[in-house]
Design a protein around this ligand. Structure first.
Ligand SMILES: [Zn+2]
Length: 336
């Protein structure tokens, strides 16, 4: 039985994505987004992915319980849940400690000073037993658990920009983690014969063809013709000057009208951007009662659909944040 699983996460923004830094102003933008401190390229931090996915796994788990409740309200619900766990088959039923799960397992623990025993008889705080608490970690007075999943940052792999030939997705040797040579202030395309090509407002000479193949596109769904390789020295500048910048106004909840002097601008990673990262699952040896890694990855795969509808990050009520996880995260078979 393997106790270490690594899966790539390839995701595409279906809305602009805003992961705020909380109040820094850069130039004309009031609400800035998280960037890598070295490259200055915007990213989605692993902690955002972990926190959001934790919530979605808990949601999926709770909604499966709710269906059982609905079938047979109140009185027989407890019996029903026992029955559920007597027929192990999928990631929810395979781990019988999931019976302790509650929606509070999703967020931050508000009662971490209590013991696990005290917790079992309460309705709030992390239960400390279920697949959510074991996979994503929890902390209690008598026991804490760092979790079994480790999420890397989601970095930009392909970034959409407007050109005179339509939208192209730019990337660079460093983003691809490939040894590709491209001259200063030149670019590589799949045909290599465009002469000059504008990337946003920047007009650059096409040096020649890139020799990428289908494998380099991963699960992005893009075509080789969509890809333009720019030098590492230019990538951050082009990305940062082609971010989505939106101006909004705060609404006064009492009058329903715009507040005075409450105009603000926000930047976001544009829709269509392809991100790349990874998640590692690690199961420690020992007598501890832990869920199987395969079940945890089934849980991730089952709940990834919530990113399509509920999204990630801030301003989701303003049409930001939706994202599609394109990778298959299953490690083996997952039953419904
Ligand atoms: Zn729990």
């Amino acid at each position: 039985m393997t106790n270490l699983i690594t899966k790539n996460i390839i995701a595409q923004a279906t809305d602009p994505i805003y992961i705020g830094t909380g109040g820094f102003t850069i130039g004309r933008v009031d609400n800035t987004i998280v960037r890598d401190p070295i490259t200055k390229i915007p990213k989605i931090p692993g902690s955002s992915i972990a926190g959001t996915w934790r919530y979605y796994v808990a949601l999926e788990l709770q909604s499966s319980f709710k269906d059982e409740y609905k079938k047979d309200l109140a009185k027989r619900a407890k019996e029903k849940i026992e029955e559920l766990f007597n027929n192990p088959e999928n990631w929810i039923k395979n781990f019988d400690k999931n019976r302790y799960a509650r929606i509070k397992c999703a967020g931050q623990d508000d009662l971490s000073k209590e013991t696990l025993e005290e917790m079992q008889n309460k309705d709030s705080g992390h239960c400390g037993h279920c697949i959510v608490c074991k996979a994503f970690g929890f902390s209690k007075k008598d026991i804490s658990n760092q979790g079994m999943l480790f999420f890397s940052d989601l970095n930009i792999l392909f970034f959409p920009v407007y050109t005179r030939l339509g939208v192209r997705w730019i990337t660079s040797p460093k983003l691809l983690k490939k040894d590709i040579s491209v001259e200063e202030n030149r670019i590589l395309t799949s045909k290599g014969d465009e002469g000059y090509l504008n990337l946003g407002w920047l007009n650059l000479e096409v040096e020649g063809t890139h020799s990428l193949n289908e494998d380099d596109l991963k699960d992005s769904g893009l075509n080789l013709d969509d890809i333009v390789i720019v030098p590492d020295s230019l990538i951050a500048q082009i990305i940062n000057s082609n971010l989505e910048v939106r101006t909004s106004v705060s609404i006064d909840p009492i009058t329903g009208a715009a507040k005075e002097k409450a105009l603000f601008t926000s930047e976001a990673i544009p829709r269509g951007t392809i991100f790349c990262g990874e998640v590692r699952g690690f199961k420690r040896e020992g007598g501890e009662n832990l869920p199987e890694l395969n079940d945890i990855f089934c849980a991730l795969d089952d709940s990834k659909q919530y990113f399509n509808s509920l999204g990630i990050g801030g301003m989701t009520t303003r049409g930001f944040g939706r994202m599609e996880i394109l990778s298959d995260l299953k490690n083996g078979e997952c039953k419904e």
